[in-house]
Design a protein around this ligand. Structure first.
Ligand code: 5GP
Ligand code: ZN
Length: 118
């Protein structure tokens, strides 16, 4: 099997092959602006390590999934979204709208959101 790093868009952003407007990075997590924002703030928070979908998360990934959520909340706080409110979204699978098969949390903020989602 081909190494996912070579063909996966978000692996390529994580390793610097493709540019993105980064808002945070460390050795395990990267956050960058979505290329097609759905709200005034739309940041994607990803693990550097390739995990295809939420359905592929195992017990061994507990720490990194926690880090992603914690980082999304920290970015929301940094961008002063926390007082008004913001939304985190993970699309899992095509029917839910997942188009990039490298797990990511959407951090959406800066406007009011409806419920139920589309
Ligand atoms: P999904 O639909 O899989 O939940 O979310 C994928 C997201 O990745 C979409 O919101 C889409 O706009 C974003 N996206 C797709 N290609 C690129 C890209 O090359 N750069 C950035 N920054 N975002 C991208
Ligand atoms: Zn990947």
């Amino acid at each position: 099997m081909t190494n996912p790093t070579e063909r996966c868009l978000f692996c390529r952003i994580a390793n610097g092959d493709i540019n993105a407007r980064k808002v945070y990075e460390d050795d395990k997590v990267l956050a960058f602006e979505d290329i097609n924002p759905q709200s005034p703030t739309h940041v994607l928070v990803i693990p550097r390590r390739h995990i295809a979908t939420l359905d592929d998360v195992t017990e061994a990934d507990t720490l990194i999934v926690g880090e992603l959520v914690r980082r999304a909340a920290a970015i929301a706080r940094d961008q002063h979204l926390n007082s008004e409110g913001y939304r985190l979204v993970v699309n899992c699978g095509e029917a839910a709208g997942q188009t990039v098969f490298h797990i990511h949390i959407h951090l959406l903020g800066g406007r009011t959101f409806g419920w139920p989602p589309g």
